[in-house]
Design a protein around this ligand. Structure first.
Ligand SMILES: [Zn+2]
Length: 172
């Protein structure tokens, strides 16, 4: 192995890539993620509490949603050693003993919902990659491209960060 702190040219590539996963619903973890809030399109109150008619996201407050892809199942290496215990087996989502009572370790969602989340996220990542690569190309060419709405919004929000977090800013 070469002992050098220099990255390979491929690693220094400025291309934006979508995550290289087989399943965009769970990002190959077996548990459906909701970082982008997409799950709430299907399960409105998932990881959320409604206060005065307004939905407040509260990650981790509900049971995990177990994916339908292979990442949710046990996997073994070539010597039949279990490398991942999995959240499902042939009978469905696994259960665990909680004070003498068997409780499901997660929720078994509708397959169609998971399939749709996978497709939507995959397409959104593809679009983001196209947008960002086109922007980076324009910047490299010395242009000053207009930012897409979703980036411009976050940039604007970050500019107001000092007012949002006054205590944090005064510690600087
Ligand atoms: Zn999955």
């Amino acid at each position: 192995m070469i002992s050098s702190h220099k990255r390979s040219s491929l690693d220094r590539d400025t291309t934006f890539y979508a995550p290289k996963v087989a399943c965009f619903a769970c990002y190959d973890s077996g548990i459906v993620s909701n970082g982008d809030g997409l799950l709430n399109d299907y399960l409105t109150d998932y990881d959320a509490i409604v206060i005065d008619g307004v939905l407040h996201r509260h990650g981790g407050s509900d049971l995990a949603i177990i994916c339908h892809c292979t990442a949710a199942y046990e996997s073994q290496d070539f010597e039949s050693q279990t490398t991942r215990s999995g959240f499902r087996d042939s009978s469905g989502v696994k259960t665990t003993d909680i004070n003498g009572r068997q409780q499901s370790i997660g929720v078994d969602p509708d397959k169609d919902i998971i399939r749709e989340i996978h497709r939507k996220r995959r397409d959104l990542w593809q679009r983001s990659a196209q947008d960002l690569n086109s922007l980076r190309q324009q910047v490299r060419a010395g242009m000053n491209p207009q930012l897409p709405d979703y980036i411009a919004t976050v940039k604007q929000q970050l500019q107001g960060l000092n007012e949002l977090l006054p205590a944090f800013a005064s510690n600087e």
